[in-house]
Structure formats: structure tokens, C-alpha cells
Design a protein around this ligand. Sequence first.
Ligand code: NAP
Ligand code: ZN
Length: 377
Amino acid sequence: MPHPYVLLSAAVSLDGYLDDTGPERLLLSSPADFDRVDEVRASVDAVLVGAGTLRADNPRLLVNSPERRAARVAEGLPEYPLKVTVSGSGDLDPAARFWHTGGDKLLYTTDEGAARARTLGLATDIVPLGDTLDWRRLLEHLHDVRGVRRLMVEGGGLIHTQLVTQGLADEVQLVLAPLFVGDPDAPRLFGPGSYQGGRLRLLETRQIGDVVLARYAPTAPGTGELPHAADLHWLAVACDLAARCTPSDTAFSVGAVVVAADGTELARGHSREGGDPLVHAEEAALAKVDPTDPRLATATVYSSLEPCARRASRPAPCARLLLDAGVRRVVTAWREPGTFVQDADGSGLLRAGGATVVVVPELEERAKAPNAHLIGR
Ligand SMILES: NC(=O)c1ccc[n+]([C@@H]2O[C@H](COP(=O)([O-])OP(=O)(O)OC[C@H]3O[C@@H](n4cnc5c(N)ncnc54)[C@H](OP(=O)(O)O)[C@@H]3O)[C@@H](O)[C@H]2O)c1
Ligand SMILES: [Zn+2]
């Protein structure tokens, strides 16, 4: 399940186009911004573009600065990030610059596309992913097999659209260029689709020459069993809240956040908040939300430790409090160990009550860290 951090990078015209329809690539960025892109490339493990971009732009996708390449090598990294492309058809030009510049290359494709690509003698590793190309499988493969922890995606629009609509983009770096394209046949950055991510969080704005860089991150929770990029963000917030608890020898340190479906934070809480030695994180957070708030029914609750199923200190355990509040999706990093209660199964209680429970083991260590004194580590 672990994925790399996925950073989308694109430049658009004021009317939202990625390019025009002319044969030459339209230069949207300023020279200073191309240098910033070079810096971002130097900071990642892999750079990915779609086959459409390879065909349209014939890009090299290099780290151009010798100093940045030398710094990578000094850190023990390959001189260039891995170059990755995605094609369903496998119909790619073996003479394209992509294959003949920079470091290692990797093509993700379908089984059929792999058969076609293998006849072309492409200078690349080829990874077939089955009948269709599944982005989660692709990201898992990049993470687990190729060790990619940070991935920069440089287009085109079809790729960006899929990653955002599937809730897989951790960050969007958008450069707004001061010109118009005005051609309805030109490619757009984001196409039609059912977008996940809600109202994005603005991370930064920066003027670079005559363009503006805006960096965004999604905020809206996922809706099902699979964690979305924003789920990881909010769960990490819950883990950080856990680290703020006054340590106790008789109870865990836990953090919890209640987030509406559109990404609005409704409340947060942590164990023993406000000096109450008995209060649990989820209970403290829920107490701050109006129980009649209709957003609770579609909210997600993030809890660093799975909500409790049994507790001596209060009549109702947190799993029951959440169900009674109408919450139907809970994301947690750590299943409750048998330290204080045998066979604690808050997830089971929640599921029996009709809630979806998502466990994200990637953040388990972060959830455990403030509890090391309780779990013998
Ligand atoms: N301004 C910028 O920052 C920027 C950056 C990059 C690109 N661009 C522009 O964007 C345009 C290209 O964008 P684009 O949207 O046409 O192409 P794209 O997103 O680069 O690539 C689309 C291709 O990728 C493959 N693909 C993507 N998703 C797939 C899936 N789920 N399953 C199987 N294959 C999949 C397919 O390849 P096959 O056809 O081989 O099956 C598809 O045709 C160009 O005009 C380029 O100049 C602009
Ligand atoms: Zn509890």
C-alpha cells in the first residue's frame, strides 16, 4: 500500500491550457521558473510523464544544473532521477530523446502494450501491469520495487487528471503564465472527471519572473476503503496531536481530528486534553462539534490509535460515541494492542455499526512514538 509522495507539476496559460495546437512546444514558463523546475527534479527520485507528452514535446527531462547533479551524487543518489513514462498502447518512438538522455528509464504499460513495446527495442525497463493500467499498482511498484519516495509528475493533462480524480496527488505545483492560448482544441491541464480533494489547501505562492507559482494540497477525505492523499495528511495531524498529550502510565496518548467531506476541519482533540485525566482524543474532538451538525454523517474521523471498544472510565467507548454521532468513516494508524484491554477491537465494533475503517500502517510508528513507554520499546 505505501506510495511515493506524488507531486504534480504543470504550467498553464491564463485560460487554462497546457499547450497550443502548433507543432512546437509552447513555452509557458519563464527562464527563472525552468530553473526552479530543474531544482524540483533534482530533489526527487523519479520524474513521470505520459506517452502523449513524449509524442508532443519529445522532452529530455534532465537535471540540467551540473551543481545539482553533483550534489545528488555526493548524497549517494543517482546523478539523474529515474525517468518514468506511461503508455497503454506501447506505441512509442524508440528514437525519442527521453530514452537516450539521463539515467534509468522505466515504462509502465498494459500486457498488450508491453508486447508491442518489446518489438520496438526501446532503451528501457518495461513493466506490464495487466489488462489495464492501475495507478495504485503503478505507485506501489515504484515505491516497493524501485525505492521511489518522491515522484514528480510533469504531465500531460490526462495523467494529471487521473491522479487528482483518484485522490493520489499529494501536491499540485501550478505555474500561471501571463498569456492566452484561446484555441479550444488545445490540451487543458485538468479534464472532466469526478474530482477528489475538495477545496485545496494553499501551501505557497511565489512570483518567479512574470509567472506565479501556487502550490496546493488536497484536503478532502477519501470516501471508501482506500486511503487518499488527504487521508494521510489528516492522519499525520492526528499523530502529531498524540505527541502533545501529557504522558500517562495508565492510558495511551492519542490524537483525533474530525474532517467534513469537503475537507473542512470540524474539530480536533487529544488524550487528557484540558487537564481531564480520563478524556480520550475522539471524545474530546467530538465534544467540540454540535451533535446536530449534518456534516457528521459524511465526515471522516482520524485517530492515531483505533477508537476504543471497551473502557472502564466512561459508560461508552469511543467506537460507540462515533457511531452514535453518525460518523461512518474512521481512519487510523494503529490497531489497539492488549496493553490495557484484552482483545480490543474498536474497528470490529465500528464495522458492525456500518462504518468503514481504514488502517494505514505507514503511520503506525508515528502513532506509537509517544507511547513507547507503554509498549515496551
Ligand atoms: N504545460 C505543461 O506544464 C505541460 C507539461 C506536460 C505536457 N504538456 C502538454 O500536454 C500535452 C500532452 O498531454 P496529454 O494529456 O495528451 O498526454 P499525457 O497525459 O502526457 O499522456 C497520455 C497518454 O498516456 C497513456 N496513459 C495515460 N493514462 C493511462 C491509463 N490509465 N492507461 C493506459 N495508458 C494511459 C496513454 O498512452 P498511449 O496513447 O500510448 O496508450 C495516453 O495517451 C502536450 O500538448 C504537451 O505539450 C504540457
Ligand atoms: Zn476511547
